[in-house]
Ligand binder design. Structure first.
Ligand code: CO
Length: 134
């Protein structure tokens, strides 16, 4: 069912220094920070030849990554995002397999303007998974 790796998301308390690590130390192509108030994060995109890295910094009081950063104060891999052809078919398949979809369980428009759902890490080797419609 899953297709290409769309991105790996890394949470950080300091997106400016995280961006500098990717731009200066690792020599990657790095975007400017983009505040995404609807998603409670500020994002920086790192373009790699075969995928993207998404750097995330909490934005506002109820950021979805706040708890993760309490547990992981120096930051870390927050989720991986796989592409699917049909988000509704993917949701149906995940429900049939007994996987837990976070939040309402229905697709929402994600940070890239496409429908996404998140799958609870407890069912997926301890890793939060985002499914994004291609
Ligand atoms: Co993501």
């Amino acid at each position: 069912m899953i297709g290409r790796l769309n991105h790996v998301a890394i949470a950080t308390r300091d997106i400016a220094s995280a961006a500098a690590v990717y731009r200066q130390t690792l020599g990657a192509q790095v975007s400017d920070p983009v505040p995404q108030p609807d998603h409670g994060v500020t994002t920086v995109f790192v373009d790699l030849p075969n995928t993207k890295i998404e750097l995330l910094e909490p934005l506002g009081a109820n950021s979805p990554i706040a708890k993760f950063l309490e547990k992981n104060p120096s930051g870390g891999v927050h989720h991986v995002c796989y592409e699917v052809d049909d988000i509704h078919a993917a949701v149906a398949q995940m429900k049939a397999k007994g996987a837990t979809i976070t939040g309402s369980g229905e697709p929402k428009i994600g940070a890239h303007g496409k429908p996404v759902v998140f799958l609870h890490p407890k069912d997926f080797v301890g890793t939060l998974i985002e499914l994004e419609q291609r």
